[in-house]
Design a protein around this ligand. Sequence first.
Ligand code: PLP
Length: 423
Amino acid sequence: MSHVFPRHCHAQLPIAVGGEGCYLIDSTGKRYFDASGGAAVSCLGHSNDRVKQAIKDQVDRLAFAHTGFFTSDPAEELADLLIANAPEGIERVYFVSGGSEAVEAAIKLARQYYLEVGQPERRHLIARRQSYHGNTLGALAAGGNAWRRAQFDPLLIGVSHIAPCYEYAERAAGESLVDYGRRAADELEAEILRLGPDTVMGFIAEPVVGATLGAVAAVEGYFSRIREICDTYGVLLILDEVMCGMGRTGHLFACTGEGVRPDIVTIAKGLGAGYQPVGAMLCSGAIYDAVASGSGFFQHGHTYIGHPVATAAGLAVVQEMLEHDLPARVQALGGAMEAALRSRLDQHPHVGDIRGRGLFWGVELVADRAGKTPFDPGLGLAGKLKRAAFARGLICYPMPGTRDGRNGDHVLLAPPFIMEEAD
Ligand code: PLP
């Protein structure tokens, strides 16, 4: 009997024993094409020599030094490289071990920033429905995934949720894309005014929504209006790129491609590419300066922040990505992937929408195309699809639709950037 507490207590999972390029291999020798990179993690595939060597070298030199006492070469170098390629105004990097930790750090930094600058009444966070920002309590509270939140609701801090920018389901008949984007963004202004502009500290959104909606980018103009609203009311714009960042959309930082500048941005998954658990929260120089010249201490931390081996892996990942211009490769392969998906699925009676950016694609399934009616979530379609694909050696990431019918089941595809067109 296994003594592991698995996520799915009733499933008998195969044992993964190897990884080769885009494939994972189990203990029976069966090979699986990793079309979702786990959950948009394995951007360099499973056997990148440079990253493996960087980890080995770092362990030989120095495995761990607590950041209460030391900094380390890989953490410094990775921070420099990220900032050299970061969106305008972003100047500092705070390393953590994963996406939820990055979001927790972002929320706490937003709060601390307003304490440092003497606006303690700013305590509200606004987020969007059908979003996912992680599973720790702060990040879960920010997320708008009703199913994931449900049983923990009594433990969650109050966060307001506005609509996502989800054109397929929410643009009204006859409404132009521009008008729809404006209407969706203006929900933020209405919520700020409802809460009281002087009480709102931040707005958090995924530039391209990952797990909960399936690779949904905003329509043009949406994020520039969001930026304008944040500037008007002094609300910090936190962009969560844990899933869509690090080259996934064809840009190292997804917000660059979406034409929006954050005050705080979170990254994880693709940063360690699965080789090490590492994430980061990056912030503007203005935010850092407020802390540095104020209390001088960010009141938040974990034992493993800035872990030398994790940051050495992240450094090798980002170097590999930039030296081989993988974001450009992602854009090119993304075009091929879109064409392949559309040519096979566009006319399928149960495919409602195909959308994405780079190597980040979502296929939304519907019971009825014309009415965009989702399948009954009780059918468990997403789970069945996942198991059927897995049995055939394909790893993809199906997600159930919401119980309130706001969005249907979808399949997320996020393959490694090293895949070939033939794959
Ligand atoms: N934010 C986003 C946008 C995510 O997609 C995820 C994970 O899927 C997280 C945060 C949480 O990251 P982690 O699972 O590494 O804690």
